[in-house]
Design a protein around this ligand. Sequence first.
Ligand code: GLN
Length: 207
Amino acid sequence: MTQTKKTVVGVVAVQGAFAEHSHVMHELGCEVVEIRQPSHLQEFDALILPGGESTAQRKLLHDLGLFEPLRQQIEGGTPVLATCAGMILLAQEVREGQGSGVPARHAQFVSEYPTFATMPVTVERNAYGRQLGSFKTVTDFAGLGKVEATFIRAPYAAQVGEGVKVLANVEGKDVAVRYRNMVALAFHPELDGDVIHRWFLDEVVAH
Ligand code: GLN
């Protein structure tokens, strides 16, 4: 009997929609490691940064001592699938959208809890306002065709730097981008089957 080594996927699991990603990757035959503390870190074939609340995630990643080792893995080329809050975590610049309200002591927070800042994009968070924060649509995704996309108080890539490829655009907003080993999505692919995860494993991780 031959055994091929399973793809090991680290799912950052400090807050948010990590369980759904773990489930999808497990169903696709991957070994899944949920990362909650530094002892869970190892060399991963791929990483997932789930949706949730980016401010809470930033604080927790720093406080738990996960931020710097993860940043190094991402910068070192480990393939990353980042969704929603995860997109915010990868962005070099984050700006507040109309749905954010006025964050308290914002400047202090930003300097104490920086993002990974490994992707040259400016992301606007809570870009769709509070009322229109959640919706579902179908969009063209580069190399995949039509995919369902569920947005929940979503960000989008307001500006993209050199070397960033736009994979999907919804109503004039770039909602899926790739830069080197990093794929960032404004929506939640884990809520609409496994199409994007499959694509990520085939086109980004396996290459
Ligand atoms: N609004 C959230 C944030 O700014 C992101 C929402 C999500 O991940 N679904 O962190």
